[in-house]
Design a protein around this ligand. Structure first.
Ligand code: FAD
Length: 430
């Protein structure tokens, strides 16, 4: 592929040529079978841990960490005020080979493995910067195009998305329908070979900046269940009648451009239909485990970040003539937090393995999403508490991590819906 890091990365994945990055200054643990799990590592965010990864992944991770440190962290406060990240960042991420990693190269993607994509999700969580919607773009939106799109759609969108020049979003939720997707009203009606799209969507992540959005719409009201009458469409920015509303004012994810959309008689060519007519719900069900796995991965990684921030804080903060970390109640709290994070990490890593082998089912992905996002919120609560009043100040990273954690139990399907899915499988399996 086109960029230096990408070429280097592919070389590493392919096992050919010399590593493209300096080997100095890494905190590697041992390789191969002897890699430590996070529970035994010095820090939960150390490079070189976890059996699912290899030395090649570590080298890639180091470059991703550097990218977030240099290209994201210094600008994030500015983007929080703007309510969006810069387009320039997207193109930089494209140049670094951070977008579309797990999309096959025959489809225009980078052709890397799932674990390398996961490294980008994790490193973004470690940077505590939730603005860039990279995981949504690369690992939620792009797979729909790669898995169900026509050759023409793949050629048109995927290379540009990999380059960060075309930003992707997906619009399912409506003002009156979130958990119950079958209750959506946005619809597309045939007009010759074209479609006419009408309706509205809300809470669209990457919505303000996006150039292309997958819109979920009803195409057959007569279907015996609404799930059989839903289709997906690729709607492009600038199409007549496609109106972006305001950037929504959220309590967290301040630099993430979450938006509402209105569709007023948008004329879509036949080529805008993604996959087959009325198969949309089926496609959503196929892709949703990966979306929930991403949320659970980010949840555990954000917890690891918060734990390390808090460990550093209590070790230097003084109270009653000693450090806060010297208090036994604080030590026990840290022990509880570390245990629950490491247990969640073990489960989510096993889900990553399952997903790589294409065996992650809906109910198991729901367990990961529900469990890890609940852990993240408990960790956020306790870590902020351990910072005292300073934890409530925006200038402290834990404050941002606390508000950003809150959405994780809601989007991607609420945790109540996750329990529904888990329970359904329990009952059916008997
Ligand atoms: C910041 C943000 C980003 C988002 N990004 C996107 C995006 O990019 N694309 C997109 O399409 N959507 C997105 N969403 C929408 C998100 O997925 C929905 O908000 C979520 O699925 C819940 O839907 P709702 O808000 O309509 O809540 P509702 O469905 O109205 O639920 C309200 C409450 O009722 C509970 N409830 C509902 N049904 C049941 C049930 N059967 N059993 C038990 N409890 C139930 C819910 O758990 C919840 O507690 C985003 C939302 C936010 C806030």
């Amino acid at each position: 592929m086109a960029t230096p890091l990408l070429r280097g990365t592919l070389r590493l994945w392919g096992g050919r040529g010399a590593p493209c990055l300096p080997l100095a200054s890494r905190c590697y643990h041992s390789g191969g079978e002897e890699r430590l799990e996070t529970c035994s590592a010095k820090k939960l965010t150390d490079i070189g841990t976890r059996r699912i990864f290899s030395l090649k992944h570590d080298i890639f991770r180091e470059s991703v960490r550097k990218f977030f440190q240099e290209e994201v962290i210094p600008y994030h406060a500015e983007w929080e005020k703007a309510g969006e990240v810069s387009r320039e960042l997207w193109e930089k991420a494209g140049k670094q080979g951070l977008l579309g990693i797990n999309i096959a190269d025959r489809h225009g993607g980078i052709g890397g493995d799932l674990y390398s994509s996961a490294i980008v999700w994790e490193e973004q969580a470690y940077s505590n910067c939730t603005g860039p919607g990279f995981s949504l773009h690369s690992d939620i939106v792009m797979p729909y195009i790669a898995n169900y799109g026509s050759e023409e759609q793949m050629k048109r969108f995927i290379p540009e998305m990999v380059a960060g020049k075309c930003i992707g979003a997906i619009a399912m939720t409506e003002p009156e329908a979130g958990s119950d997707l079958q209750g959506i009203r946005t619809n597309a009606k045939k007009d010759g070979s074209d479609w006419i799209l009408n309706g509205s969507k809300v809470f669209v992540s990457n919505g303000w900046l996006c150039d292309v959005v997958i819109v979920v719409a009803i195409t057959n009201r007569e279907a015996h269940s609404s799930a059989h009458g839903i289709s997906l469409f690729l709607v492009e920015n600038g199409m007549k009648g496609f109106i972006k509303g305001r950037k929504l004012d959220k309590i967290g994810l301040k630099a993430q451009d979450t938006t509402e959309f209105f569709f007023e008689d948008v004329r879509l060519p036949a080529g805008a239909l993604l996959g087959e007519e009325n198969k949309g719900f089926y496609y959503l069900m196929q892709e949703i485990p990966q979306e929930r796995l991403i949320i659970s991965e980010i949840a555990v990684s954000a917890s690891e970040f918060m734990f390390e921030e808090t460990r550093d804080y209590v070790k230097q903060r003084k109270a009653f003539g000693k450090t806060v970390a010297d208090l036994q109640t604080v030590q026990h709290k840290l022990a509880e937090l570390k245990t629950s994070i490491c247990v969640a990490r073990a489960f989510v890593d096993s889900c990553l393995q399952l997903h790589r082998a294409k065996h992650l089912d809906l109910a198991t992905a729901a367990m990961a999403k529900y469990w890890a996002s609940d852990v993240q919120n408990r960790v956020a609560y306790d870590c902020l508490q351990l910072h005292g009043g300073w934890g409530y100040m925006w200038e402290y990273p834990i404050a941002k991590a606390y508000v950003d954690a809150r959405i994780q139990t809601i989007y991607g399907g609420t945790n109540e819906i996750m329990k529904e899915l888990i329970a359904r499988k329990i009952i059916h399996d008997q």
